[in-house]
Design a protein around this ligand. Structure first.
Ligand code: HEC
Ligand code: HEC
Length: 418
């Protein structure tokens, strides 16, 4: 019987094992080179990485204890919980539950839901218009009187696509130092990323941001607290101040009837819904991989040859953790988690440590289940997302455009398996 091995990961690990960035040809790879590439990168069975993917999207990390499985289930319940004005929803908000925007193809995934960011740019300086309710718009309210709108002062307005949350516990467990090391590599091929330096609100520590399109948060607890307050209007001990509709304190006083923080902690454990939802995300398994086809194996070779791995680093490794499921694990995320200047893709919004044209390299694992693509969901297909690359990614993009039709198809087939 033929053994089915998770070849994309093997290739990924082999590519990642190279100590120096691969030399990148100026000319498009010839068809023969494409056929040879997989043999050159053929993985050795004894170098198998320890990563074990779950069977399905939405499964927990493999190997959890009974107590961890309980925490995952309780966390998923909280993630699906529908908030109401009585439980603290609003006065202004974007949706009523986490799952409302993170549902496809399973609880914790992405969705076609977007949120709106706005601000004002003058002389190259971005102002998030915080006093007028920016930069995140809350487009719903518990009463029409409280509704927030994009103020006339805004001259920048953009959408943000919901991202999938599969495997985020593994990404959280990657040490800051590992991400910084990626940035310390000498600039090559026009690429020079930097680690996002952010303050982690729950601990007050300076950390390397890795979550969100702008790498604006470093930990899942911080992101959960931020999302409870800013997407649902549920204040919590990390983000205790309610958003006033377009900054109007009188309107807030009129409609905010529940005392803050609305996410109450259990006196016995010191934990609240924010912590429970973070448990779910931390224990949510990585996207499952598909077995590689010969075309996908060739495509993996092109991915490297044209320099996509200059930012989409195939594999990073977690640090030591008390949780064996997160301890020293191989994470085939296909991202360096660094911020890069993406030129024309820029959305004009400066956020946390990211400038108006900068984005975190989007992880590519699970790509086949997260259409549409790019920060604003403008790309209906993976091909369209690649063609829209610009700025630091201009060279690899141009090489992609110069690939033969069949080579591009193989590359896309590869991206559909990881
Ligand atoms: C109104 C839709 C909406 C709701 C409700 C929502 N999210 Fe999100 N979520 C988004 C969008 C949009 C992004 C991308 C935000 C960005 O980076 O600007 C996102 C990103 C995230 C990320 C970062 C993922 C990554 O890839 O780095 C996490 C974590 C997250 N959400 C958790 C939550 C949790 C927990 C809740 C419930 C408390 C929640 N979200 C509720 C829309 C939503
Ligand atoms: C300079 C760094 C860099 C290089 C090189 C690069 N990318 Fe990206 N990639 C990014 C960033 C940053 C994003 C997110 C951009 C955005 O959303 O506007 C992204 C997004 C993507 C997406 C969409 C992901 C999603 O979830 O929406 C795909 C697909 C992708 N890249 C594939 C590729 C391929 C294939 C190559 C090689 C031709 C490549 N990238 C080269 C940085 C890079």
């Amino acid at each position: 019987m033929k053994m089915i091995r998770p070849l994309p990961l093997l290739l990924a690990a082999t590519l990642a094992a190279a100590a120096v960035p691969p030399p990148v040809a100026d000319t498009p790879p010839a068809a023969e080179a494409g056929q040879r590439a997989p043999h050159r990168h053929k993985p050795q069975p004894h170098r198998l990485p320890t990563f074990r993917g779950p069977a399905r999207f939405g499964d927990p990390l493999p190997g959890l204890t009974a107590a961890q499985k309980d925490a995952f289930t309780a966390g998923m319940d909280e993630f699906k919980n529908v908030e109401t004005p009585e439980t603290g929803l609003g006065p202004i908000f974007n949706n009523v539950s986490c799952v409302a925007c993170h549902s496809a193809p399973a609880v914790g995934g992405s969705s076609v839901e977007t949120v709106t960011r706005f601000g004002h740019t003058a002389g190259g300086i971005f102002d998030p218009l915080a006093d007028l309710g920016g930069s995140l718009l809350q487009n719903k309210a518990i009463n029409p009187d409280a509704l927030e709108v994009v103020p006339p002062e805004a001259n920048v307005r953009t959408r943000r696509q919901s991202t999938p949350l599969f495997g985020l516990g593994l990404i959280e467990a990657i040490p800051d130092e590992t991400i910084r090391r990626g940035a310390a590599r000498a600039a090559h091929d026009g690429i020079a990323g930097h680690a996002a330096l952010v303050t982690d609100v729950p601990t007050g520590e300076a950390r390397v941001g890795r979550f969100g399109w702008k790498a604006q948060q470093a930990t899942l607890l911080a992101f959960a607290g931020d999302a409870y307050r800013n997407e649902m209007g549920i204040t919590n001990r990390f983000f205790p101040t309610e958003n006033a509709p377009n900054g109007d304190a009188a309107k807030l006083a009129k409609w905010d009837k529940i005392s803050d923080p609305e996410d109450q902690t259990d006196p016995a454990t010191g934990r609240g819904d924010t912590d429970t939802a973070a448990d779910f995300m931390r224990l949510l398994g990585a996207p499952p991989q598909k077995p590689a086809t010969p075309a996908a194996i060739s495509g993996a070779g092109f991915f490297r040859q044209i320099g996509c791995d200059g930012c989409h680093t195939p594999v990073l490794t977690t640090g030591r953790s008390d949780n064996p499921a997160l301890n020293l694990q191989t994470v085939p995320l296909f991202s360096d988690l660094l911020l890069h200047d993406m030129g024309a893709l820029g959305d004009g919004i400066a956020q946390a440590d990211a400038g108006p044209r900068e984005f975190r390299t989007a992880p590519l694992w699970g790509l086949r289940a997260s259409a549409p693509y790019l920060h604003d969901g403008r790309a209906p297909t993976i091909d369209a997302a690649i063609r829209a690359h610009d700025g630091e990614a201009a060279n690899p993009r141009d090489r992609y455009l110069r690939l033969r039709e069949q080579q591009r198809r193989q590359l896309l087939e590869f991206l559909g398996t990881i």
